[in-house]
Design a protein around this ligand. Structure first.
Ligand SMILES: [Fe+2]
Ligand SMILES: [Fe+2]
Length: 510
């Protein structure tokens, strides 16, 4: 007569095993997967403790230790950074090499003829008492052993340690081989991720390297963006207390950051490389030599004035007043020129500075033919007073196209579902909360937090980058001031800017 009870119990166990198999195959993160395997193995066999080793470079590398008793005593659950030689002398090594499960009722009573022995050091160090153990090989679909799952101290219903049931050997071995397949998949996935990550970083670095002007930009924008997201996760009060990112969302943001400017591949190099408002070269030289002739004119006028004064029999004090006046005028011209040279190389100028450029442009001097001329020509003023960056309207339009190009390039990447929003975030890094950004002019809530983070990180990096030729970085305080202005103007998210400043997230950004 078949034993009905044992049939139904076996059926339940197999059912449970199937559920575990499904759960394991859905675990994407390798570390969590390994913990899950030990946890499920323990639950299945009512084991108090368990550990997992993977075979790496010819050794058994200890990956997971769980120990309920030690945990409840607040002690560490295992020894880490630990590996065993792949030899039959240890239980795990024996199982790995023979591919056979080992089920021992009492590890301190292993028969002398057995090839393996129990290493009692762990018990000695922790005061834990290992009695029964079941170690099974983790064999993948090709029958290759990739690791060992070792369960310790099976407990009965009154929490007393009992031997592991014999029928567990097969079932746990089956669980371990499902786990092995899941581990292989997890490793493969991790490798694909690493490969894809390296490819993305390499592509971004290649774009940045097209221009000294953008070198390292992407890396630093990604670095700062991730810091901001992680810092948000730590906020427990204020406007960001409810903004939380999962590890997958952080990875998604990382990809978005690394790819945000990839569309610059389609922007003309000379525009990317435009480091000064007037190209260093003939045009700024034209202004420099014009100012030289303005100074000569002032000196000549003053000399003329002095001659006339002498003819009139002017006093010494009047003559020295004329000299002082000339010096003042010359100093003013030098000061104006120096200001224009600074503005020419500035990444950003204030309204006040823009006003001064215009005021200088309105000053006049007499050309050699006697006709009055302005200090600066209208085209020079136009170039010198462009807002952010050094670009004229047409050049600016050209640069703006990079966002559409970014979107077009990266939406072709078959991101997995957890990363599907990376293209959207990347393509929204120039949107502004007040709707005045580009390319879509998205407003307020339509701009995801991830894009707001990228926007702030992008501006901060562009302002403070130290590796741009021909251009000095803006001092930190000023850059932070500009971020605040951008937030006050309704462009950037106040909370993001406040967080960057309060937590000094920019410090040590490489
Ligand atoms: Fe951009
Ligand atoms: Fe950027």
């Amino acid at each position: 007569m078949p034993d009905r009870n044992s049939d139904s119990r076996n059926f339940e166990l197999v059912e449970r095993l199937t559920e575990i198999g499904i759960a394991l195959s859905s675990e994407r993160d390798l570390g969590s997967l390994l913990h899950r395997i030990v946890f499920e193995g323990r639950k299945f066999t009512s084991a108090d403790a368990g550990s997992l080793y993977l075979i790496e470079d010819g050794a058994l590398v200890f990956k997971v230790a769980q120990n309920e008793t030690l945990k409840s005593q607040g002690k560490p659950e295992g020894e880490f950074d630990f590996q065993l030689p792949l030899s039959r002398k240890s239980i795990a090594g024996y199982v790995a090499l023979t591919g056979r499960p080992v089920n021992i009722n009492d590890v301190y009573a292993i028969p002398a003829e057995a090839e393996y022995r129990w290493y009692a050091e762990f018990d000695k160090q922790t005061g834990y008492k290992t009695v029964s153990t079941l170690a099974v090989p983790m064999r993948d679909h090709r029958g290759e052993t990739i690791g060992v799952l070792q369960l310790i101290n099976s407990l009965d219903s009154s929490a007393d340690v009992v031997p592991f049931r014999r029928d567990y050997e097969k079932l746990v071995t089956s669980l371990a081989s499902q786990a092995a397949v899941a581990v292989n998949n997890g490793r493969l996935l991790a490798r694909i991720r690493d490969l894809f990550g390296a490819f993305v970083r390499y592509s971004a670095a290649a774009i940045d390297a097209r221009s000294h002007y953008t070198e390292g930009h992407t890396r630093r924008v990604a670095g700062l963006s991730l810091r901001v997201a992680r810092a948000m996760n730590e906020e427990t009060s204020g406007g960001l207390a409810n903004v939380k990112f999962s590890e997958e969302e952080i990875e998604e943001l990382n990809y978005a950051a690394w790819l945000h400017d990839i569309g610059k591949i389609g922007v003309k190099e000379h525009v990317l490389d435009k480091a000064a408002r007037l190209f260093v070269g003939p045009r700024i030289d034209t202004i420099t030599s014009r100012f030289e002739s303005i100074k000569k004119g002032i000196a000549a006028d003053c000399a003329q004035g002095k001659i006339e004064a002498l003819r009139r029999g002017a006093s010494d004090s009047e003559l020295s007043r004329l000299d002082a006046e000339m010096h003042n005028q010359l100093a003013q011209v030098d000061d104006d020129l120096e200001f224009i040279l600074t503005v020419n190389k500035a990444n950003w100028i204030s309204d006040e500075q823009r006003g001064r450029v215009k005021a200088i442009s309105r000053k006049t001097f007499s050309a050699s033919d006697g006709t009055p001329r302005r200090y600066l020509l209208p085209d020079e003023v136009r170039h010198l007073t462009v807002g952010r960056g050094n670009l004229t309207t047409e050049e600016y339009d050209e640069v703006q196209t990079h966002v559409d190009k970014t979107m077009r390039i990266i939406e072709k990447i078959p991101f997995t579902s957890e990363l599907r929003n990376a293209p959207l975030y990347a393509a929204s890094h120039h949107e502004k909360l007040d709707g005045k950004g580009y390319p879509k002019g998205l407003k307020g809530d339509d701009i995801p937090m991830q894009a707001r983070i990228l926007a702030a990180a992008d501006i901060f990096e562009a302002l403070t980058a130290k590796d741009r030729p021909y251009k000095a970085p803006i001092p930190l305080e000023k850059a932070l001031g500009i971020l605040k202005e951008e937030a006050d103007a309704g462009h950037l998210d106040q909370r993001v800017v406040e967080l960057i400043i309060r937590r000094r997230l920019y410090e040590g950004l490489e």
